[in-house]
Design a protein around this ligand. Structure first.
Ligand code: BES
Ligand code: MN
Ligand code: ZN
Length: 510
């Protein structure tokens, strides 16, 4: 990952491949953002005009490259768009900085070192720029070596920016230091979640995912317990077993326990971890299965958040549950019409084997409930209906408690993740009535995302505050990169979960 430092160096003397500055959209053309004063001065105060001549407007996502002024050690200036200028006397918004830093870091792929001369008003800005750089520089190159030696790896793509110095950062300031350290822990784990999501399903299956979680647990002092097929059978986890029944790679339930000796609260996080979703016997048609390696994004987010919380030493107990299975058709697969006895004891008639996420989550939610945590949050690429409702960049938030749902939407907003509250209308429950079992795994087609939420709610223990994040839209970016979001696995919900853990730790949630 890109190495980050806070630097008090002056821009002209700095040895780097490039200096990144901010340019915003002013009322009368582009405006040079604070932080770039030394660069502007070297251009005799004409930098805004120079940028305008080059066609820059300050729009978000815009990159303008220009030669550095005489006397500068760095050869290149990269001006990155920040969008609208802030209201009078206000600071640049954290998300605008995060996106701009991400765009610049990606534009500088292949470079060794860049200096970031962006507006760093307070430690919040330091954190945002740091996150933007680390997340924007991300590239998934593991499979791009054409089978050659490691030294030839990356030949198809440029290596991520190796080093970034944040100019105007205060290396001795406690808050600045904490901000950069928090950003590094969160971004490193988030990028690891992206790696897991991008790893093809022939290499990432429930067993190998569990092994990765076990190794990470050892490294970060997190207790990890893995229930394999034998243990799941013994325990009666009919949902996870039913979904995994068709695959040559057996299912797993992974429990990650991070504890803090002074914790007052216990937060449980549950992630959908379908390492590949073919649909099962209700097979998905071509065009709907090419990206279904992303169906473990919820589990990846939970895993990343628990490790990040441990690295940050948050004063809260967190249990992460990864419900891992591969959904495949075969002679041993669950059929539409089969009835599963779930871990909770309820029976489920499987009408569509492609509605598998709710089945594995049901068992994990019930397992999580047995510990009576203060709150449970599950994260899942659960329904295409949620993508239709909210699009590709916004996740839906459902909950059995309105205040908790609002708190989650607010926490997401704080860290720059787009989310939206969704209801759980009771009348949709009867669509899942089954003539044979306690409930069916499908209901009305209309409002399919909410129907799935209502199904999950049936497996949450009595009296436990619970929320469900459907990240089917934002989990995987099939389009081009934007802001600090790469193509492929995005790491959706990781930052929201870490924020929730922080808020729980200080008693502001749950
Ligand atoms: N993993 C899919 C949902 C999904 C769709 C994730 C698009 C990411 C992008 C899920 O398991 C699924 O297949 N859901 C079905 C449920 C239906 C059969 C009730 C769906 O949404 O079509
Ligand atoms: Mn499915
Ligand atoms: Zn799925």
């Amino acid at each position: 990952m890109t190495a980050l430092t806070l630097s008090t160096a002056a821009a002209p003397g700095l040895r780097a491949d490039a200096i990144v500055i901010g340019v915003a959209k002013g009322a009368k053309g582009p405006v040079v953002a604070p932080g770039a004063e030394a660069v502007d001065k070297a251009y005799d105060g004409r930098l805004a005009g120079v940028l305008e001549t080059l066609g820059a407007s300050g729009a978000e996502g815009e990159v303008t490259k220009l030669p550095a002024p005489a006397g500068f050690k760095a050869p290149l200036v990269v001006a990155v768009g920040l969008g609208a200028t802030p209201e009078k006397d206000a600071e640049y918004d954290g998300e605008a900085l995060r996106k701009a830093a991400g765009v610049a870091a990606r534009a500088l792929a292949g470079s060794k070192k860049a200096a970031f001369a962006l507006p760093l008003g307070d430690s919040g800005a330091v954190g945002a720029v740091s996150e933007g750089v680390l997340l924007g520089a991300y590239a998934f190159e593991v499979y791009k070596d054409n089978g050659k030696d490691a030294k030839d790896a990356k030949k198809n793509g440029k290596a991520p920016l190796a080093e970034a110095a944040l100019l105007g950062g205060k290396p001795r300031d406690k808050e600045h230091k904490a901000a950069i350290e928090r950003a590094a822990a969160v971004a490193e784990e988030l990028n690891r979640a992206r790696d897991l999501i991008n790893t093809p399903p022939n290499d990432l299956n429930p067993e190998s995912f569990a092994a990765i979680a076990t190794a990470a647990g050892k490294e970060h002092g997190i207790k990890v317990q893995v229930l394999d097929e034998k243990a799941l059978t013994k325990g009666g986890y009919g949902g996870i077993l039913g979904v995994g029944a068709g695959s040559a790679a057996g299912p797993r339930l992974v429990k990650l326990s991070y504890t803090h000796s002074k914790a007052d609260k216990h937060l449980a996080l549950v992630g959908k971890g379908i390492t590949y979703d073919s649909g099962g016997i209700s097979l998905k048609p071509a065009g709907h299965n090419e990206t279904m390696k992303c169906d473990m994004s919820g589990a990846a987010a939970v895993f990343a958040a628990v490790v990040a919380a441990a690295r940050l030493g948050l004063r809260v107990n967190i249990t992460g549950w990864l419900a891992l299975a591969e959904n495949m058709p075969s002679g041993s697969a669950t059929r539409p019409g089969d009835v599963l006895r779930m871990y909770s004891g309820k029976t489920v008639e499987v009408l569509n084997t492609d509605a598998e996420g709710r089945l594995v989550l049901a068992d994990a939610l019930w397992a999580a409930s047995q510990e009576k945590p203060d709150a449970i949050v599950d994260v899942a690429t659960l329904t295409g209906a949620m993508v239709l409702a909210l699009g590709n960049r916004t996740f839906g938030v459902m909950a059995n408690d309105d205040a908790f749902r609002s708190a989650i939407v607010e926490a997401a907003e704080e860290v720059g993740e787009a989310s939206w509250p969704m209801p759980l209308p009771e009348h949709l429950r009867k669509g899942m009535d089954s003539p044979t079992a306690d409930i069916a795994n499908m209901g009305e087609r209309m409002g399919g995302g909410l129907v799935a939420g209502l199904f999950l709610q049936e497996f949450v223990g009595e009296g436990i505050t619970w929320a469900h994040l459907d990240i089917a839209g934002p989990a995987f970016n099939e389009g081009g990169p934007f802001g600090y979001t790469p193509k492929g696995g995005t790491g959706s919900a990781v930052r929201t979960l870490v924020r929730l853990a922080e808020l729980t730790a200080v008693g502001d949630l749950g």
